[in-house]
Design a protein around this ligand. Structure first.
Ligand SMILES: Cc1ncc(COP(=O)(O)O)c(C=O)c1O
Length: 360
């Protein structure tokens, strides 16, 4: 089986290419002004917190090592303040699927699933929520259904529902950078809908790792206490902050181009009718590709293509309710920009052919 080290080009945003230590460190050294202090008010972490407070239009922000920690802390604070223990969110939100239920195990919170797992949350779904929640968590875009986004009117109605019901509105903005061009409104206008906002430093920004939580000063001060309690107050977070500042400089303005390229790739990939993409057309730089092949065969075909061409088509495949159907995520960033849409489509056709051969 071919390993990650054989990958020379990749359609995957998080491919190890630019994260190879030599590449990352060289870019960071190039970017970092000499004599930058590493601690204190002018250090990269403080610079990043100030820059994101400005960009998101929030009084205060706080660096966290992960979004997982930042969001659990935000929800915990909303719970303490409202005296309620539950949060409402889409059935396929990151906290419920990917965090070993830390919200419950660590913070004693309950999750109220609202709506259908395969479509966007609606205001009608929220009216079915029986228990008054501490917070409504909205994820923009909704990653597990291909990066779908609610319309601006739906979004404001849902946040309005939360506030009318005495709940805080929290934004899982892991991909807020990628979602913003769809709304064609400043980041701060989107963030203004929410009481607290989490953004990621390593997805669209292509940094190393890390997250920032933004909100009112008193909430963020309390979040700093929880960050310390949870072991997240790391004094030497500057390399993560430098990579994120670099991402803000170099990647943020490219999001519309990434989205347009995702739309072009999706169009090319579906031209022969074998692959289906969701959503169609993509609303952000990410989308899902569905193929009529068995997941294990797709994964083997992906490994073969790395071996044959040094090209990574996706990171991992996901099974689907229908047997012999596979799905993978495409997330267009710097890596995928190096592929013309037709080249990406040809790779996926090759993948299907190889997978079908293995299936036979
Ligand atoms: C939608 C969403 N929320 C939260 C997170 C958590 O981020 P982190 O990996 O920094 O814990 C992720 C990470 O993939 C995510 O996709």
């Amino acid at each position: 089986m071919s390993g990650e080290q054989d990958i020379r080009r990749s359609l995957v945003n998080h491919a190890p290419l630019r994260r190879r230590p030599q590449v990352m460190v060289a870019r960071m050294l190039d970017w970092l002004p000499p004599d930058t202090p590493l601690w204190g008010d002018d250090a990269p972490v403080a610079q990043l917190e100030r820059r994101l407070a400005e960009l998101l239009g929030k009084p205060k922000t706080l660096f966290f090592p992960t979004g997982t920690m930042a969001q659990q802390v935000a929800l915990r604070i909303h719970a303490e303040r409202t005296g309620r223990r539950a949060f409402a969110a889409h059935p396929q939100n990151h906290l419920h699927l990917w965090e070993e239920h830390g919200y419950a195990a660590v913070h004693g919170l309950r999750f109220l699933a609202a709506g259908d797992r395969n479509r966007l949350l609606t205001i009608d779904d929220l009216t079915q929520v029986g228990e008054p929640p501490a917070a409504l968590l909205l994820e923009l875009p909704q990653r597990e259904i291909g990066g779908l986004l609610p319309t601006w009117d739906d979004l404001t109605a849902q946040v309005g529902w939360a506030h009318e019901h005495g709940a805080a509105a929290h934004l899982d903005g892991a991909r807020l950078w990628e979602a913003q061009p769809y709304y064609d409104r400043p980041h701060a206008e989107i963030a203004a809908l929410f009481d607290t906002v989490y953004v990621s430093l390593y997805k669209g920004l292509e940094g190393v790792r890390g997250a920032v939580l933004a909100g009112p000063a008193d909430v963020i001060d309390e979040a700093a206490v929880w960050r310390r309690r949870l072991g997240g107050a790391i004094p030497d977070a500057w390399p993560l902050a430098v990579a994120a500042l670099m991402g803000l400089d170099e990647q943020l303005d490219r999001m519309p181009a990434f989205r347009d390229h995702a739309v072009a790739i999706a169009r090319a990939v579906t031209a022969d009718g074998v692959a289906t993409v969701l959503p169609s057309p993509p609303q952000t730089p990410m989308f899902h590709v569905h193929l009529p092949v068995a997941p294990a065969a797709a994964q083997r075909a992906r490994d073969e293509i790395i071996e044959a061409h040094g090209v990574q088509v996706f990171s991992y495949v996901r099974s689907q309710p229908l047997p012999n159907h596979a799905m993978f995520e495409v997330s267009v960033g710097e890596n995928a920009m190096a592929f013309a849409p037709d080249e990406a489509a040809a790779l996926i056709r090759e993948l299907v052919k190889r997978a079908e051969r293995e299936d036979a």
